[in-house]
Design a protein around this ligand. Structure first.
Ligand SMILES: Nc1ncnc2c1ncn2[C@@H]1O[C@H](COP(=O)(O)OP(=O)(O)OP(=O)(O)O)[C@@H](O)[C@H]1O
Ligand SMILES: *[C@@H]1O[C@H](CO)[C@@H](O)[C@H](O)[C@H]1NC(C)=O
Ligand SMILES: *[C@@H]1O[C@H](CO)[C@@H](O)[C@H](O)[C@H]1NC(C)=O
Length: 255
């Protein structure tokens, strides 16, 4: 396997089979835990969470009603734009925040999906502002369009593939790092679910930002979740208690 293309393919397969398959499905689909049955029985649909769009109110539908002003786009974020239109950091300051600490995500439509995303960001405490913005996609050109956008707190860290020291590491070291990421990721999903009542289920590699304590031993210092867009975002039912949510979100295969 000296051919770099072969190595790239092999790398992608390993990454997909570990991070993409193992973690997202186990975190995302916890086994039905017996302690939740008593709560679930009281629920209409016998589940402990529902898609966030089901909780969108008429007030939530107005989340993009005002035009945003004073926005100067700075750097476009890498990997942005497969579901969204694109994401950028901001120049200067915005509403008392340093623009570099913020991300504006431009969304394709004013709809139940994007109202749900804004609602989730608000619930987790990441939403700074929302509204419409006049935007021309540099890759497509044409005349500017008024599109909905959310301004949120920028999370620290990088996706796994962008960590420079990950790329050059030996397979055993990479595996150990991925295992520790999975453990921390599941704990984070559980924490957010229990404290904010929002379940982040779309835990694929582009939605997890990793910070390292130390490049040499590749020790993870923190994990951040990004992207509360459709279809990966759920709300925990009101009468399910935090301890049960935590045990549900961290299912056995996660740890
Ligand atoms: N709050 C944030 N802080 C830091 N980086 C972010 C933030 N939100 C998004 N990003 C970065 O921008 C990229 C794209 O954002 P996001 O996943 O929200 O867009 P998307 O088009 O819905 O993507 P995808 O189709 O990959 O799910 C992410 O991979 C992440 O690296
Ligand atoms: C979500 O919507 C249901 C009705 O569909 C309602 O009973 C419940 O109070 C809502 N929960 C929240 C947190 O808004
Ligand atoms: C978005 O949709 C809501 C509900 O239909 C509407 O009231 C609102 O004006 C729309 N906002 C924009 C910017 O189109």
């Amino acid at each position: 396997m000296s051919n770099p293309i072969h190595r790239r393919i092999l790398f992608s397969i390993i990454l997909l089979s570990t991070l993409l398959c193992m973690c997202p499905t186990t975190c995302a689909a916890p086994a039905f835990h017996s302690s939740l049955v008593k709560h679930a029985k009281r629920r209409i649909r016998g589940q402990w969470m529902r898609m966030i769009m089901e909780n969108v109110t008429e007030q939530d539908e107005q989340v993009f009603s005002s035009p945003l002003s004073g926005i100067i786009l700075d750097h476009r974020l890498p990997e942005s734009g497969s579901n969204s239109v694109s994401a950028y950091t901001l120049k200067g300051t915005y509403k008392g925040h340093n623009g570099e600490d913020l991300v504006i995500k431009i969304l394709p439509h004013n709809s139940t999906y994007t109202w749900g995303e804004a609602k989730a960001l608000k619930a987790v405490g990441d939403l700074v502002d929302s509204g419409t913005i006049s935007y021309t996609n540099p890759a497509r050109g044409g005349s500017p369009k008024y599109l909905p956008a959310v301004i949120m707190k920028k999370k620290s860290g990088q996706i796994l593939e962008h960590l420079p020291c990950y790329q050059g590491a030996k397979p055993a070291v990479k595996k150990k790092l991925r295992t520790s990421i999975v453990t921390l990721l599941c704990a984070k999903v559980a924490e957010v679910a229990a404290t904010k009542r929002v379940v982040h289920r779309e835990n694929h590699k582009r939605n997890i930002l990793i910070s390292l304590k130390d490049d040499k031993s590749l020790t993870v210092s923190s994990i951040e979740l990004v992207d509360y867009g459709w279809p990966g975002t759920f709300f925990v039912y009101e009468n399910v208690d935090a301890t049960d949510v935590k045990s549900q979100a961290v299912s056995v295969p996660c740890i």
